[in-house]
Design a protein. Structure first.
Length: 177
């Protein structure tokens, strides 16, 4: 099978423990580039990214994430979004950052790392993302929308149970087998 397709079909969210091996900056740069290469509605480029690999800074970030997640990951990528009107008073920021996140997740697996998309956990009513913004000196016109831990998995990711292909995909019309 094609390597890209194989990566897509075999990527799973990883919520386990990470090995302490540092993630080289060259690999983090590749992940950042992959995220920024994602499509953007009307090319408004609403996504910005911060790679965090400083252990003390990661510790400070984890102190505000309650309950903590991925505290053993040796690096993280923080996804920032700006609400910029693109077309007919529409903003495509959610689509933009979703595409960027998926690119990063796929690139991470292709480099031998694992991750998990943490969005609601940090953007809920307790506004953990605001506390993270303060730590990372993020200007007010940006919003942190996602936290992606990056590292080598201590154990094999467990694939979730998926519905059968035939229950969710058809040809030519809904429900057509």
């Amino acid at each position: 099978m094609n390597k890209v397709i194989d990566t897509i079909l075999n990527r799973h969210s990883y919520r386990g423990t990470y090995r302490p091996d540092p993630v080289p900056e060259e690999d983090l740069k590749i992940l950042l580039e992959a995220g920024l290469a994602a499509p953007s509605g009307c090319n408004k480029q609403t996504v910005s990214l911060i790679a965090v690999n400083d252990p003390e800074l990661l510790k400070r970030i984890h102190e505000v994430i309650t309950p903590d997640v991925a505290e053993t990951a040796p690096a993280a990528i923080i996804i920032l979004s700006q609400k910029i009107i693109a077309y007919r008073d529409r903003c495509f920021a959610v689509q933009d950052y979703s595409a960027a996140i998926e690119n990063i997740l796929l690139a991470a697996v292709s480099l031998g790392y694992e991750s998990c998309w943490y969005e609601g956990h940090i953007t809920d009513t307790d506004r953990i993302n605001d506390k993270m913004s303060e730590i990372l000196h993020v200007p007010s016109e940006y919003e942190i929308v996602c936290f992606l831990p990056i590292g080598i998995a201590e154990s094999t990711p467990v694939p979730p149970k998926k519905k059968a292909f035939e229950e969710r995909a058809w040809f030519n019309r809904f429900g057509n087998r």
